[in-house]
Design a protein around this ligand. Structure first.
Ligand SMILES: C[S@@+](CC[C@H](N)C(=O)[O-])C[C@H]1O[C@@H](n2cnc3c(N)ncnc32)[C@H](O)[C@@H]1O
Length: 286
């Protein structure tokens, strides 16, 4: 009942066999693992989109829910609050994230595995994913695959950040393109992957009975420009930072991004910095 086939390992694994999965993930991993503590420095801001997405799902009593790219369990906890009686599973490729999720929410089922190419014998009334699919390629096949594990009458509910047009992301790209950095970071710009609302509409409208799509811009209030670096260090900028050879170069890279951000983000009358952050949402029903 608890078995999953984790892509890339060829293993059918049970939720409790985390050590075996961790071992196989280590062998395959090309990137450093996530730091849940850094990620959770902005818990409220990072969790609000999950709350908004869960609120829009028009299912009163789902029995089974999977949270794809559950991270440290903050989004899964939102699902637990909304549907206390549902059976919940969190799936994430990061051993660190799953360890933290298990620590904070020991009563849920947690699985380490790669969602970009996984299959499941089980279907779920809600297949949920908040701020995770942008780390996976080929949405053309990924989205229908995730929809296929939604049960009849169930739903695929997704939020992806659409942040590539932000001044912060542009600052990272601009610094990264300098010769001294590009020799390390070349190719990183295409690792974060999301599409337009129209793209998701065209993928899902033909196969769903009902489809809701929307975008929201969240204005995050940061104490200073340094908050921008703090925010992005564990998400969009980490793929660049982890390619750099040492901590000194990571610091220097961050300082250069910070200098660009000081020029592009105004300080407000109260001394704070506003960080507009666009996100795309969709809920597709079977
Ligand atoms: C930005 S965090 C989102 C965490 C949480 N869902 C939230 O709402 O805050 C993205 C998560 O996606 C996970 N992730 C990235 N690629 C993945 C993959 N191929 N399979 C499973 N999880 C993945 C990362 O390990 C990370 O924990």
């Amino acid at each position: 009942m608890n078995d999953f086939i984790v892509a890339g390992t060829g293993l059918r694994v049970a939720a409790t066999r985390l050590d075996a999965i961790l071992y196989n993930n280590r062998k395959n991993r090309s990137m450093l693992d996530w730091n849940p503590h850094q990620y959770l420095k902005f818990t409220n801001e990072r969790t609000q989109p999950s709350i908004d997405l869960a609120a829009r799902i028009k299912l009163e009593n789902p029995r089974s829910i999977i949270d794809i790219g559950c991270g440290p369990g903050n989004s899964t906890h939102v699902l637990r609050e909304r549907w206390p009686n549902a059976k919940l599973v969190g799936l994430d490729s990061s051993a660190n994230m799953i360890r933290k999720a298990k620590e904070d929410y020991p009563d849920m089922e947690w699985i380490i595995g790669d969602a970009s190419n996984f299959t499941s014998d089980r279907t779920f009334d809600v297949v949920f994913s908040n701020a995770a699919l942008q780390w996976m390629q080929n949405h053309d096949s990924l989205i229908p695959q995730l929809f296929s594990i939604a049960a009849p009458g169930g739903t695929l509910a997704v939020q992806v950040p659409a942040n590539n047009e932000s001044s912060l992301h542009k600052a990272v790209l601009s610094v990264s393109s300098k010769e001294k950095w590009s020799k390390f970071t070349s190719g990183c710009e295409s690792l974060m992957n999301y599409q337009t609302a129209e793209y998701y509409y065209n993928l899902l409208a033909p196969i769903s009975t009902k489809l809701d799509l929307w975008e929201t811009i969240y204005y995050h209030v940061l104490a200073s420009h340094t908050g921008l670096i703090e925010w992005y260090r564990e998400t969009g900028m980490r793929i660049f930072l982890e390619r750099l050879p040492d901590d000194a170069s990571r610091k220097e890279f961050e300082n250069e991004v910070l200098a660009e951000c000081r020029r592009s983000y105004k300080i407000q009358k109260d001394g704070k910095v506003l960080y507009p952050f666009k996100r795309i949402f969709f809920v597709a029903y079977k």
